[in-house]
Ligand binder design. Structure first.
Ligand code: FAD
Ligand code: NAP
Length: 340
């Protein structure tokens, strides 16, 4: 099947915020056989290109110039089975949560805490997705990419080359440079649950489960997430709109004098604060500015009540950032990527 290029395609249903947005040109890469066509097109036309997965971490402008390439490469294969450790190669277009469930069926463990994160496998390394103390980078051995800055060469980047850190990677640092085709994971046949977060522990306690099976853990993660995060199909959002800020020990101590109930967690670079708590204390939880608002159960999530554009969301985000800075002296950094 040859590559179909469409003009002026609405992206509203391709971004989980549901923003009104149009792509000047749009195509979907569905098979490896279409790759040569895509590469010759890109080599001919040096205009802007956006790699699109599920659109759950993007804040799109009303007009997206150039080409949008949706990633549709499917497939999962076991490439090495060493008993305790199993290596898998997974197509970038596979849905992330379905992959988590397939691993459960295969008896492969490690990524249970990352259940129900929206989006694709190919986007997972981009912001090194994380939840409940687990980050995907811990389980990635390499990422297969096309390097658009190096003659469109096919490369296999090792985990070390991916520069994974908190919600960050070489892919996020070099926006658009790499097209991710597949991701290689190393998972374990031995299951060791990670139960560090209170919300998860309390959910399991309420079910009278001390040592959850992998299926029970995934179920609990899904329940906790569904109880406080809006379903993008019903209320547009991109999950956490801001990263949790890390402040110096000195700043943390002085904030603690004024806000003794402020939650915080140790971090390699200082002290991590909960951005949602800071926003909530500024009175934003449940507030609405026209078509955009701050979610009523989770202040870290900005929502589109219907018909919002990127400017509406950004105007709200600016106000939230300003009030957090004025009250706490803390700078919030946006987590999803604005494009262009
Ligand atoms: P997109 O939004 O399509 O793209 C995100 C970025 O990756 C863009 O820069 C895009 O260009 C790039 N990209 C996508 N595919 C490719 C590719 N194949 N090659 C190169 N670049 C590519 N994130 C977390 O970390 N933890 C969470 O717990 C979490 N919870 C969420 C909950 C909700 C309700 C929502 C809406 C979002 C949440 N997110 C979370 C954010 C988001 O789901 C993740 O960042 C996810 O990995 C994005 O996947 P996507 O396929 O939708 O990527
Ligand atoms: P939560 O449990 O209410 O906790 C609030 C914040 O405190 C979290 O963001 C988390 O930081 C931090 N935290 C809590 N317990 C911690 C511990 N034991 N050790 C270290 N840090 C701790 O958070 P939530 O909003 O319901 O989210 C639950 C998990 O899902 C979090 O890990 C969160 O990152 C993830 N999530 C991410 C997104 C996204 O879009 N990025 C959206 C929804 C949920 P961390 O964020 O660093 O874990």
């Amino acid at each position: 099947m040859s590559l179909l290029i469409e003009q002026q395609v609405s992206l509203t249903s391709f971004n989980s915020l549901g923003l009104k947005s149009y792509a000047e040109q749009f195509t979907c890469l569905e098979t490896r056989e279409q790759l040569p066509d895509l590469l010759s097109l890109l080599k001919k036309d040096s205009g802007p290109v956006l790699w699109l997965g599920g659109g759950s971490n993007l804040v799109l402008a009303e007009q997206v110039p150039g080409l949008v390439v949706q990633m549709g490469l499917a497939g999962l294969e076991i490439i090495e089975d060493r008993g305790e450790l199993v290596r898998l190669r997974v197509g970038a277009g596979e849905e992330w949560h379905s992959f988590v469930l397939r691993c459960l069926k295969l008896g492969l463990h490690g990524i249970e805490n990352l259940a129900l994160i929206p989006g694709t496998v190919g986007a997972a390394p981009v912001q090194n997705i994380g939840a409940y103390g687990v980050e995907v980078g811990q389980f990635i051995t390499s990422v297969e990419v096309i390097d658009t800055h190096d003659n469109y060469e096919l490369k296999q980047l090792s985990a070390a080359q991916c520069l994974f850190s908190y919600r960050d990677s070489i892919f996020k640092q070099n926006f658009g440079r790499y097209l991710i085709l597949s991701v290689e994971f190393c998972l374990s046949s031995i299951y060791v649950p990670l139960l560090k977060y209170d919300a998860l522990v309390n959910e399991l306690k309420s079910r009278q489960i001390d040592t959850p099976s992998a299926a029970q853990l995934i179920d609990a993660v899904c329940a906790v997430r569904s109880s406080k995060l809006p379903d993008p199909k019903r209320l547009g959002n991109v999950g956490s709109f801001f990263k949790n800020p890390v402040v110096s020990g000195i700043q943390y101590e002085s904030l603690l004098v004024v806000y003794p109930d402020m939650p915080s967690y140790p971090d390699q670079l200082g002290r991590k604060l909960a951005a949602g708590w800071l926003i909530d204390r500024c009175g934003w939880k449940g507030k609405r500015l026209g078509t955009a608002g701050v979610h009523k159960d989770q202040a870290l999530v900005l929502v589109n009540f219907g018909g919002a554009t990127r400017s509406d969301i950004e105007a709200l985000a600016d106000q939230v950032k300003t009030s957090v800075f004025e009250r706490f002296g803390v700078n919030l950094e946006q987590e999803p990527q604005s494009y262009p």
